[in-house]
Ligand binder design. Sequence first.
Ligand code: PMT
Length: 408
Amino acid sequence: MLTKREIVLGVTGGIAAYKAAEVCRELIRRGAEVQVVMTPNATRFVTPLTFQALSSRPVVTDMFAPWQEPGIGHIQLADRAELVLVAPATANLIGKIASGLADDMLTTLIMATKAPVLLAPAMNVNMYENMIVRENLKKLLRRGYLLVEPAVGELACGWEGKGRLAEIEDIIEEVEHALSPKDFLGKRVMVTAGPTREPIDPVRYLTNYSSGKMGYAVARVARRRGADTVLISGPTALRPPTGVRFMPVASARDMFKAALKEAEWADIIIKASAVADYRPLKPVTSKIKKSKGQEKLTLELTENPDILFEIGRRKGERILVGFAAETSDLVKNARTKLKEKNLDLIVANDVTQPGAGFGYDTNIALIVDQEGKAHRWPQMRKVDVAEKIFDRIQSLLEKKKKQVAKKG
Ligand code: PMT
């Protein structure tokens, strides 16, 4: 998503300026073209050379230094930027832009740009809570400026509270969000992710290898593209994505309950979770002890509800997308599941392939539509698979719209 996107990274003078180097690195890693602009105070914390090495571009620090290109430097930068990210944004910088001041390269550029401006504040907790800072931020938010709230924790000044620069991952997510098309605005998307846990006794359970990465990527992309999103997740080690309503569940029956309720609310449902088909018939309330001489222990299982099948039965006008985790006959099995569960699309992955399925950051997927047509995608990041799923859903929505218009 960030490939070749022109981003101005504004760095202001706070202790968190050193973290801006990480932000710069991550933007570059994701393919963005980054132009760093530092305030004079920022250069006291980190040298421009650091950012120059990371961005492979000269860093702009001085309003009056002869600029490399012909023309007026700050206007060119302001026009070229697709997004201006200020990280860290100090109380001083926030105050200046809220008051319409433009007395250095960064504030002048912010004044001149038509691009969205995303602020990632970092400062002492008392400064952040100061009414003047609060009012300035409120004013900027009203004017369409974007904000990544600071995190709560131990601050460099020794205080504890809200004021730490947001996690790099969260800042980058807001950049992705700001630069994504909002073609799902007004849509309600429900995503399920992760494994389920089926209790055996108070210390053991049955589960599978799902990390939740695929479903979380789908939820993140839904939100980036403007959808109101709920993520129902089995237990994973992942942080819930920002801006998404998060519903943690444990067992297949918990997921069933939550999913059936939320499905009524949703227009689009994507089931990436790996639900246990069976659960122990009689989970016990005390720990099963090892008995001397007992070599075998039989666990009786009973079937879990098929969540997707049930949603498929009451689908109505909703778009329903399933996943299929397979170890052979991908297309055939995917087509069967698509029919049986009344789906619009199914995304199949061969979980025995390296780089595909459980745990990886990438997937190798195959998408099948209602006509049974299968389309193979190359190995790509799960977030890119998610983008492609939403592209396919968008085409489906357009097709449906045309059909309705034709009938009407
Ligand atoms: O979480 P990751 O580590 O990123 O791994 C991703 C993934 C491999 C889990 C994901 O890409 C995937 O394939 N998800 C579907 C896993 C699965 O349960 O497949 P299935 O073929 O058994 O089920 C088919 C569909 O029915 C799925 O959409 C599943 O959510 C749904 N189902 C299955 C059983 C059940 N009782 N209820 C269901 O709703």
